[in-house]
Design a protein. Structure first.
Lengths: 136, 144
């Protein structure tokens, strides 16, 4: 069985490669390369897999899942300029792909027990665009 | 190909296990242990698998699917108290995990009353307890 928890956070970013010219960055990233940055209301869906505990009837306590997502993602990224304030995005481009990978890296240790495993991170940059990452 | 339809329903429940003490129940379930119960606007998503009919282009007769879900599940849980009024949940804590298991089992058992063997198969259900929590179970996870 799978359980999915959804949280939202808002953050700004700029997609540009440090060594490239503005011209090349605009050619690759389009308006995302705007030097002043811009923001999104991100929606994160984290899917866990596991077996239902026969006594509690739960795979995992959703309060604990919420606490992990708040501590590892929302508290760190909400209302932040990712490039300047949230490593590793001072070094790598904060595309939705890279943010999803970073979120996986941060929360994976919390959901790697014999009872519950991290199955998928789905990150919506807007309601029309999302990436799915399963740690591959 | 897969086809999914979503059915909203509202119901109440209380999370409380008879094998745990009052303190343990409160620690495990928190506010969901409120003795008076509480409710949710659930969404049930039913996914079926099959091939679209070459002539009609339809994978499943939507009216039949609606009727199946209504008869096997919705008519029994709409505006109901899940602890008291759903006999299959009598000995289970009505967490959404357990509700998902029971609903999947109800659909598996009732499927042949609505669809022939050659038609579409029941693939999985997904239950949203709120827009922030959803639970998914495949048909083959329930006992045959």
């Amino acid at each position: 069985m799978w359980i999915t928890r959804r949280v939202e956070f808002s953050a700004s970013h700029r997609c540009a490669v440090a060594g490239w010219t503005d011209e090349k960055n605009f050619a690759v990233f389009g308006p995302d390369a705007n030097p002043h940055g811009h923001g999104h209301n991100y929606v994160l869906e984290v899917t866990l897999s596991g077996q239902v505990d026969p006594i509690t009837g739960m795979i995992v306590d959703l309060k604990d899942v919420k606490a992990v997502l708040n501590c590892e993602v929302v508290d760190v990224m909400d209302h932040r300029y990712l490039n300047a304030e949230v490593p590793p995005f001072d070094r790598i481009v904060p595309t939705t792909e890279n943010i999803a990978r970073e979120i996986w890296k941060r929360i994976h240790p919390h959901f790697s027990t014999d009872k519950v495993q991290l199955h998928e991170v789905r990150l919506y940059e807007t309601e029309n665009l999302y990436v799915e990452y399963r740690g591959e | 190909m897969k086809f999914t339809a979503r059915y909203p329903f509202s119901a109440s429940h209380r999370l409380h296990s008879n094998v745990l003490s009052e303190d343990e129940n409160w620690r495990v379930y928190g506010r969901c242990n409120n003795p008076f119960g509480h409710g949710h606007n659930y969404w049930l998503e039913v996914t079926v698998a099959g091939e679209p009919d070459p002539l009609s282009g339809l994978l499943v007769d939507r009216k039949k699917l609606d009727q199946c879900v209504e008869q096997e599940i919705l008519s029994r849980v709409k505006h109901a108290n899940l602890n008291e009024q759903v006999v299959e949940l009598k000995d289970l804590v009505p967490t959404t995990e357990n509700v998902a298991y029971v609903f999947a089992d109800l659909l598996r058992k009732g499927w042949s009353r609505h669809f022939s063997k050659t038609a579409v198969s029941f693939d999985r259900i997904r239950i949203y307890e709120t827009r922030n929590n959803r639970f998914e179970i495949e048909a083959n996870e329930v006992k045959q």
